[in-house]
Design a protein. Structure first.
Length: 494
C-alpha cells in the first residue's frame, strides 16, 4: 500500500533566502567600535573638581574668611592639572579603566581641602601668639600634585608596554634596595626626622626614597615569581589540609623578611617594613594560591615582631603606647590620644568642614589626616573616603584578573594591594587598632615623595588596565599549505 501524498513544506532555496533578506548596496555595516568610556572619566573628573571647589568655599565660610578670587586658584589649578592628565590617558591609554583616575582625583582634592583648612588654623594660631604666619602648605601641595601628574604622564609615555619591565626586574630590584638603604648609611643630620632615618635632606630639597623603592621592589618580585613559578608551586609537606612550601623554596619570603627587619632596625621605620613584607606575602599567595605560604609568612611576621619588641626600644615604646596611650598622655601618648578625642568629637556626622579643631593633633596634615576627616566629616564622611579607596583597590584587582599575562596579573595585584595595606596600616594606627607606624595616607596627606610615587603607581596600573580592556585583534591566517607541501612530524604514541 503506497503512502499518501503529504504536502511538503515550502522551504526557501538559498537564492530565495537571499532574496528575502537582501543586503544593502554597500554591504552590511561593520560592528560599532568598543566604547572606551573616556567620556565617563571626563565627567567624573569634572564632578571631582566641582566638589573640591565647593568644599574649599565651605571651609572659608566656616572660618569666617572673606571669599575672594584667590581661592579660585586652587580650584582652577586642580581642574587644569587633571584635564591634562585626562588628555594623556585619552592619548596613551585609550582603553584604561575609567574609574581609576577620577577616584584618585577625588581623594587628592579632598586632601587639598583639608590641608587648606589646617593652614587657616595655623595662621589663626600664629596671629593669636603674635608670631610670623607660616607658609601655606596647600600651595606647596598643588605644586607637588603638578609634579606628580607630570610624572604620571611621563610613565604613560615612556612605558609603552609594561611587560618590558620584567626584563629589567633584577636591575630595578637592586635599585629599589639601594633607594631603601641609602638613608640608613647617611649621617643622621641628612636623613633623620622625628627619630626615623627615612629621608635624604639637602639644602632646599628633601625626598623619601622608600616611597619609590616599594614600586621597584614590586616589579622585581613580580618578575621573579613569574620566572620561578615552578619552584613556588612545588608541593612540600601536606599538613592539616594545607600544602606547605619546601624549605629550599622559601627564598623570596625570607628575603622580604630580612629586608623588612633591616628597615626596622637601621631606619626605625615600622610602616615601610610592614608595607613591603605584607605586599610581597600577598603577591606570593596570588602566584601560588596556597594558604601554606600565608601561614609561613604570618609566623615569620610574628617572630620578627617579638624579636623587635625585645631588642629595640623604639618598637617597645610604640607597642606600649598602643596598649595604653593615656599612661603617658603628655609625652608618647599625646598624639594618639588627641586623635581619639578628635574622632570622638566628630561622632556620626562630624562637626562640618572648617568647624572642628583638628590642629590639636600633631602632624594632622601628614600622618593623622584620617583623624581630621573623622572629626570634621564624621564616621559617615570617613566611611565614604574609605569606600573610594575600596573602589580603587577593587578596580585594580579587577584589572589583575582581566589582564592576559602572568606578569601583568602579579604586578597589578601588587600595586593594588600595596595601597590597601598602606591604608589599613594608617587607619589602624590612627584608630588604635594597631601600633602607629608613621605612614602617610595615599593621595591625601601632605608631602611630595608620596604623591610622586603614588602617581607613578597609578600610571602603571592604568597601563595594565589599558592592555586588559583593549579588544583582541584577530590574527589573519594565511592560506593553508597544500597537503603535499605540509611538513611531516612524529607523533608520540600515548
Amino acid at each position: 500500500m503506497s503512502a499518501p501524498n503529504l504536502p511538503t513544506p515550502n522551504r526557501p532555496t538559498p537564492s530565495q533566502s537571499s532574496a528575502s533578506f537582501p543586503s544593502p548596496p554597500g554591504g552590511f555595516a561593520p560592528a560599532p567600535p568598543q566604547s572606551t568610556r573616556r567620556g565617563v572619566e571626563g565627567a567624573l573628573l569634572g564632578a571631582a573638581a566641582v566638589i573640591t571647589t565647593v568644599s574649599l568655599v565651605l571651609v572659608e565660610a566656616s572660618q569666617e574668611q572673606a571669599i575672594t578670587w584667590d581661592l579660585a586658584k586652587y580650584g582652577l589649578a586642580y581642574l587644569a592639572m587633571f584635564a591634562v592628565a585626562h588628555a594623556a590617558v585619552r592619548r596613551f591609554a585609550t582603553h584604561a579603566d575609567p574609574l581609576l583616575l577620577p577616584v584618585v582625583a577625588m581623594l587628592n582634592g579632598l586632601g587639598l581641602v583639608l590641608i587648606h583648612r589646617l593652614d587657616l588654623a595655623a595662621q589663626q594660631s600664629a596671629v593669636y601668639l603674635g608670631i610670623e604666619e607660616p607658609s601655606a602648605d596647600a600651595t606647596q601641595q598643588v605644586l607637588w600634585t603638578a609634579l606628580g601628574i607630570a610624572g604620571f604622564i611621563a610613565v604613560l609615555v615612556l612605558v609603552r608596554d609594561y611587560r618590558t619591565l620584567a626584563r629589567y626586574g633584577y636591575t630595578l630590584g637592586l635599585g629599589g634596595l639601594v633607594f631603601l638603604a641609602l638613608p640608613a648609611v647617611l649621617p643622621s643630620s641628612l636623613s633623620e626626622v622625628n627619630g626615623s632615618k627615612i629621608w635624604i635632606r639637602l639644602p632646599g630639597f628633601s625626598i623619601q626614597p622608600g616611597e619609590f623603592s616599594k614600586i621597584l621592589l614590586l616589579i622585581f618580585f613580580a618578575s621573579v615569581l613569574v620566572a620561578k613559578r615552578e619552584l613556588f608551586t612545588t608541593a612540600g609537606k601536606h599538613v592539616l589540609g594545607m600544602d606547605f612550601p619546601r624549605a629550599r623554596d622559601l627564598g623570596p619570603i625570607v628575603v622580604a623578611w630580612i629586608v623588612s627587619i633591616g628597615v626596622l632596625v637601621f631606619e626605625k621605620d615600622l610602616g615601610t617594613s610592614l608595607l613591603i613584607y605584607c605586599t610581597v606575602l600577598v603577591m606570593i599567595y596570588v602566584a601560588t594560591e596556597r594558604v601554606g605560604w600565608i601561614v609561613v609568612g604570618v609566623a615569620l611576621l610574628l617572630l620578627g615582631f617579638l624579636l623587635a619588641y625585645q631588642f629595640f626600644g623604639h618598637v617597645k615604646i610604640r607597642t606600649d603606647t598602643w596598649l595604653d596611650p593615656f599612661a603617658d598622655y603628655n609625652d608618647t601618648g599625646y598624639q594618639i590620644s588627641q586623635s581619639l578625642f578628635g574622632l570622638a568629637t566628630g561622632g556620626m556626622g562630624g562637626t562640618g568642614l572648617g568647624s572642628g579643631r583638628p590642629s590639636q593633633v600633631p602632624f594632622a596634615s601628614t600622618d593623622f589626616i584620617i583623624a581630621t576627616i573623622g572629626e570634621e566629616l564624621g564616621l559617615i564622611g570617613l566611611a565614604a573616603v574609605l569606600m573610594l579607596y575600596l573602589v580603587f583597590v577593587l578596580r585594580g584587582l579587577r584589572t589583575a584578573l582581566a589582564v592576559r599575562d602572568s606578569f601583568g596579573k602579579l604586578l597589578a595585584a601588587g600595586l593594588s594591594v600595596t595601597i590597601a595595606v598602606q591604608l589599613f596600616v594608617v587607619v589602624g594606627g590612627v584608630t588604635k587598632l594597631i601600633p602607629l607606624t608613621g605612614l602617610t595616607t595615599p593621595f591625601m596627606s601632605y608631602g611630595g615623595s608620596s604623591l610622586l610615587a603614588n602617581y607613578a603607581l597609578v600610571a602603571l596600573l592604568i597601563k595594565i588596565s589599558d592592555a586588559a580592556r583593549a579588544p583582541v585583534v584577530p590574527q589573519k591566517r594565511g592560506p593553508a599549505a597544500p597537503i603535499g607541501d605540509a611538513p611531516t612530524e612524529v607523533v608520540k604514541r600515548p
